[in-house]
Design a protein around this ligand. Structure first.
Ligand code: PLP
Length: 415
């Protein structure tokens, strides 16, 4: 399929507007960088590419500690983070934020770890101070790790990592801090060393603007030391083995093309400047939120989401994230009025207009749609998507105030 063709059957014109919160648009330059003949993954020229990708990724993560890549997706790196530092029966505490927090916790359980959820309303996240309070109760220091999804892609909610580290410090608790940065990294600020994160999991297909298939774990010196004692059975993901395979630090054949593509993407981020990339994401996210607020007439229902269940009816379109200081700059989850199937709106957007939106995940299926606004995007793309969502709202009969796109224009203008 040529790059200008639609990838939706029956809609041959134009390019598909892909507004899922990952994978994301892949810049032509990145696709082009992978269009090359095979070379030996042990060749000296490729070794240099690998070295550069590691160094550049570390700059995005803001770390000078360890980094290991896997040829896998985010789930694979989730496992690579957990299996290397813990032993069966170790206790972990997961800050609840939605589908991905629950699933990472579930994986930890399947690996033989004991996971306690620090419960939260999915619209607000864990309350400030709750982590410190829970850690102060752990006088026997039984909790070995704190798990948190920086940007919960299912709910559009951010847990502030610097504050979480501050609560751990205030409680004087030595647990390792594990952070999923899969839908935040390279889109808004993350500081591995400064925030003293011990393990950060990332993946290629979101803010890094690449195809799916490369994932990584940033590892603190403390976590690397812990891996010497960890008893979970592991092989492919085992850091001890990876650290000894020179030069690629990779078990088996290294996916050469993925690294060429990622190097190009990292170069693009550097050329724009990381701060400018963050500003762009904040600006575009502000426009999306302005549109959603307008569609719903600034509705604030007070509905809570506990264990995935809504506490009451939703009358109007509303931002799922009800904590304004925690809204995500990469994904906006939108609650739709009760009785309306959010997937009907998504179907119309896709089938009639070739606009792909994210679905509600887990128990939020049909109640939520998600607008991804991360990666290689600009104002016309976002405005085009918002106008098309409004068109699909009108055609699907979903109650809304017309003029959300204009509200987005107003938010962008002069910003
Ligand atoms: N964590 C978060 C926050 C995600 O958004 C996703 C995927 O969207 C994952 C984990 C899982 O990553 P993958 O689908 O690459 O396995």
């Amino acid at each position: 399929m040529s790059q200008n063709q639609s990838n939706t059957p029956g809609r041959p014109t134009g390019r598909q507007f892909f507004f899922n919160p990952g994978p994301t648009h892949i810049p032509d330059r990145v696709l082009g960088a992978m269009h090359r003949p095979t070379i030996d993954f042990m060749a000296p020229e490729f070794k240099q590419v690998l070295e550069r990708v590691h160094e550049r990724t570390k700059r995005v993560l803001k770390t000078e500690q360890h980094l290991l890549y896997y040829g896998t997706n985010g789930h694979g790196a989730w496992e690579g983070s957990l299996a290397n530092v813990f032993s069966p029966g170790d206790k972990l505490l997961m800050l609840e934020s939605g589908h991905f927090s629950i699933n990472w916790a579930k994986m930890a359980g399947e690996l033989g770890l004991e996971v306690e959820l620090l419960p939260a309303d999915w619209r607000r996240g864990v309350a400030t101070g709750a982590l410190e309070e829970r850690l102060r109760q752990d006088t026997g220091l039984t909790i070995k790790g704190i798990m948190v999804v920086h940007n919960e892609t299912a709910t559009g909610l951010v847990h502030p990592i610097a504050d979480i580290r501050a609560e751990m410090d205030a409680a004087g608790h030595p647990a390792l801090l594990l952070v999923d940065t899969i839908s935040s990294l390279a889109s808004f600020d993350f500081r591995f060393d400064e925030w003293r994160v011990d393990l950060a999991v990332g993946s290629s297909q979101k803010g890094l603007m690449m195809i799916t298939g490369l994932a990584f774990v940033a590892i603190s010196t403390r976590a690397m030391a812990a891996s010497e004692q960890a008893q979970i059975t592991r092989s492919f993901v085992d850091w001890r083995q990876m650290m000894t395979v020179a030069p690629q630090r990779f078990p088996g054949t290294t996916p050469v093309h993925l690294f060429y593509g990622l190097e190009e993407a990292l170069g693009m981020l550097e050329a724009e400047g990381l701060e400018a990339v963050f500003d762009r994401h904040a600006r575009l996210a502000g426009a999306v939120r302005a549109a959603v607020r307008h569609w719903g007439g600034d509705a604030a229902s007070g509905v809570r989401i506990v264990d995935g269940e809504l506490s009451g009816p939703v009358a109007a379109v509303e931002l799922l994230c009800a904590n304004p200081s925690r809204v995500s700059d990469t994904v906006t989850a939108v609650l739709t009025p009760t009785g309306f199937d959010a997937n009907e709106l998504r179907r119309i957007a896709l089938e009639r207009y070739n606009l792909s939106l994210g679905q509600g995940l887990g128990p939020l299926a049909g109640k939520v749609f998600r607008i991804g606004h991360l990666g290689d995007l600009n104002e016309p793309m976002v405005l085009g998507a918002l106008a098309t969502i409004e068109l699909a709202m009108r055609e699907s009969g979903m109650k809304h105030h017309a003029g959300g796109t204009e509200a987005a224009v107003n938010a962008l203008s002069g910003n």
